[in-house]
Write a protein that binds this ligand. Structure first.
Ligand SMILES: [Zn+2]
Length: 387
């Protein structure tokens, strides 16, 4: 196979992920230019403009050049629903192309993060940051995201901002209400969330969307926490497993009483205590409505652990590699559009690198390696100049 180039990535995304129409839609190649810039880790609008002025990139993705002010104007007006739909389409195509074929349980994770700080309030999404004395010391943007997790492919596919007076919990509910029906209830086998989402309304909404939940059990549910401690604290583990070098003790019972507002017949709680070779231990309790027949103790343990993917392969990668925290243009819609385009760049890059390029038995190349190969390909002359 020839060395991968940004052009082959775009061709793959157009043909195999169904993004041809999305690329064509605004007409002048600005989404492609922004996507490729993100994959190449050129973050600012100015860098996107410079990139499209290079001969290699111009031939590849855009018919005309544009100024970086044009990107500001463009992202202010682009409808976020179009990029959201492109992300959902890409996931559907990936599933049809058997990207998750060998995955026993495909999960979704919802979680919140902060991206983009500024000293002044620049847009309606800016939320004040306060010090220990409640004094405002600056502003930042907050958002909840939803990601496919659990199968070696972490694919963050929607973002929901929340500004002042709004909350991560409310943004997470809006994501659940929009993204899960768009994706289709049968796409995933479970939803994994942190303790802040372990509320009756959220669990009922997930149930209505047809998705079983694995949620962290913390002290915000005191009755259930106490009942679990009383039971599990005084009996030996139900199972003991090995996870790599770690020894994992698991307690698992499916007959706890729901709290007053929760309309479940019973609650299943899984506790794990993970012993690391260095002597440290990690213990956590998780509640779920998955039956033991549907998912055994070890499966629920892995589902709980898959929540970390949205932090590590989601937020951390988006911020460290793809400039998620950089505010290109301080305008609420522009910020959302750049977030969504960054997610689409991540989804395209991962499916291309981990599922398309990685056929056969060799080890998949890393995101850093692929980025380097792409950058080198852009500096290579396209054809000998016989001038
Ligand atoms: Zn702002």
């Amino acid at each position: 196979m020839k060395a991968p180039t940004p052009r082959t990535l775009l061709r793959y995304a157009g043909k195999c992920l169904g993004l041809e129409e999305y690329f064509r839609d605004p007409g002048d190649g600005r989404p492609q230019a922004m996507l490729i810039s993100r994959v190449l880790r050129e973050i600012s609008f100015h860098a996107v403009e410079k990139l499209v002025q290079s001969s290699a990139c111009r031939a590849m993705c855009v018919a005309q050049t544009f100024g970086d002010d044009a990107l500001g104007y463009f992202t202010e007006r682009l409808d976020p629903a179009v990029t959201r739909a492109a992300l959902i389409d890409a996931l559907h195509r990936a599933k049809r192309n058997k990207a998750f074929q060998e995955v026993r349980f495909v999960g979704l994770a919802i979680d919140g993060t902060t991206a983009g700080r500024s000293s002044n309030q620049g847009c309606p999404l800016c939320r004040p940051r306060r010090d220990a004395h409640k004094e405002v010391i600056g502003y930042h943007h907050d958002l909840a995201t939803i990601s496919v997790v659990g199968g070696g492919l972490t694919l963050p596919f929607d973002a929901e901002p929340y500004g002042p007076g709004d909350s991560e919990y409310a943004a997470g509910q809006r994501l659940l209400a929009r993204a899960v029906p768009d994706l289709g209830a049968r796409f995933a086998d479970y939803l994994v969330v942190d303790g802040g989402y372990a509320t009756a309304p959220f669990l009922h909404a997930a149930g209505k969307a047809g998705l079983p939940v694995v949620a962290r059990l913390k002290s915000n549910l005191p009755e259930l926490s106490q009942a679990v401690e009383k039971r599990f604290g005084s009996c030996p583990p139900t199972h003991v497993y090995r996870d790599g070098k770690d020894r994992v003790e698991i307690w698992d019972a499916d007959d706890f009483d729901p709290w007053e507002t929760l309309r479940w017949t019973t609650v299943r709680v899984v506790r794990y205590r993970q012993h690391k070779p260095d002597g440290s231990t990690i213990q956590a309790d998780w509640l779920t409505d998955l039956s033991k027949r549907r998912a055994g103790s070890l499966s629920v343990y892995h589902m709980a652990k898959s929540r970390w993917e949205i932090e590590n392969q989601g937020f951390n990668d988006a911020k460290n590699r793809y400039g998620f925290e950089h505010t290109c243009h301080h305008h609420a819609n522009s910020i959302l559009i750049v977030w969504l385009i960054t997610l689409l760049a991540i989804v395209m890059e991962r499916l291309y690198r981990i599922r398309f390029l990685h056929r056969g038995t060799h080890v998949a190349c890393s995101a850093d390696q692929l980025c380097l190969v792409f950058r080198l390909s852009l500096s290579r002359p396209r054809s000998p100049n016989t001038g």
